[in-house]
Ligand binder design. Structure first.
Ligand code: T3D
Length: 266
């Protein structure tokens, strides 16, 4: 397929990125990685952007690595792999670190790295017909893009092992029951529901949300002691923000808060 493999839609206060290789269920090739990285860099640099939604074109969300690019002739050797270090790992790190919420609107199957990229997003909303597949073991690989880290934390060790070793598709409703994702909704409403979340975040106390992401990211390795110290420090920063002043005022005045999302002292 020709044309851009990433589509970016600019909305008031948020962006929608659509993975756009539908004939390959939006599997990643190098060009798509490069386009996605550029799009995210541009989105991050835009101070008016307060949320990001990622979805897929066509019937799939993302089928991970485009395996056509990994096919070698009998007797030939596969070139040494650079894709995790160069593309997938920086992408997962970036999604976790972006200073605003990232919502995955999983419109269809999410397989391989495509599944774990969805799990790296802050909120995963999936269409009822979507499924999550750790397809790596079917082709002799191990999960990447954080799969071995996300799975046990989200669903526990027993289910993580089942998912990774068996590579069976996990339907979206079960993924919700298991705590792998935030919500499963009807197919026709997944994008609309994800947009509603983005609209909500577009007028939220964005810098405060960024600090929440930082605290939750750190909690995975911190002791309770260290986390209490971090909460003290990050909440100290949040208290200096205009949105905290506004949030308290709006509460006391029984009106909707007008959050700017800005950093800086009140
Ligand atoms: O070397 C490195 O860089 C390592 C990095 C690894 C990262 C990874 O993500 S490894 C895992 C790679 N992904 C997979 O193994 C998933 C492969 N796909 C599937 O297992 C199935 O397609 C799905 C379970 C995702 C969906 O099944 P289904 O039956 O709904 O669709 P389908 O008929 O299999 O696929 C539709 C088309 O998309 C088909 O093409 P065609 O026959 O219509 O021309 C299929 O070949 C293509 N497609 C799907 N996934 C990929 C793909 N083509 C290339 N690469 C894919 N990953």
């Amino acid at each position: 397929m020709s044309g851009p493999s990433i589509l970016v839609e600019r909305r008031a206060g948020y962006r929608v990125v659509t993975l756009n290789r539908p004939d390959r269920l939006n599997a990643f090739n190098d060009a798509m990685h490069v386009e996605l990285r550029r799009a995210i860099e541009e989105i991050e640099a835009d101070e008016t952007c307060r949320a990001l939604m990622i979805t897929g074109a066509g019937r799939g969300f993302c089928a991970g690595q485009d395996l056509a690019d990994r096919l070698v002739k009998p007797g030939e050797k596969l070139a040494p792999s650079t894709s995790l270090a160069q593309h997938y790992n920086p992408l997962v790190r970036k999604l976790r670190a972006l200073p605003f919420p990232v919502i995955a609107a999983v419109n269809g199957v999410a397989a391989g790295a495509g599944c774990n990229i969805a799990l790296a997003c802050d909120i995963v909303m999936a269409a009822r017909s979507a499924s999550f597949v750790q397809s790596f073991s079917r082709i002799g690989l191990i999960p990447d893009s954080g799969g071995t880290w996300f799975l046990p934390r989200l669903v526990g060790d027993a289910r993580a092992r089942g998912l990774a070793l068996l590579a069976e598709p996990l339907p979206a409703d079960k993924a919700e029951q298991w705590g792998l994702i935030w919500k499963c909704v009807d197919d026709t409403s997944v994008v609309a529901e994800a947009r509603k979340l983005c609209e909500h975040f577009a007028s939220a106390p964005t810098h405060g949300l960024a600090l929440i992401k930082r605290a939750l990211n750190a909690s995975t390795t911190n002791t309770l002691d260290a986390q209490l110290d971090l909460e003290r420090d990050l909440q100290g920063i949040a208290r200096e923000m205009p949105d905290y002043i506004e949030g308290v005022r709006a509460f006391m005045e029984k009106r909707k808060a007008n959050f700017t999302g800005r950093k800086g002292t009140a």
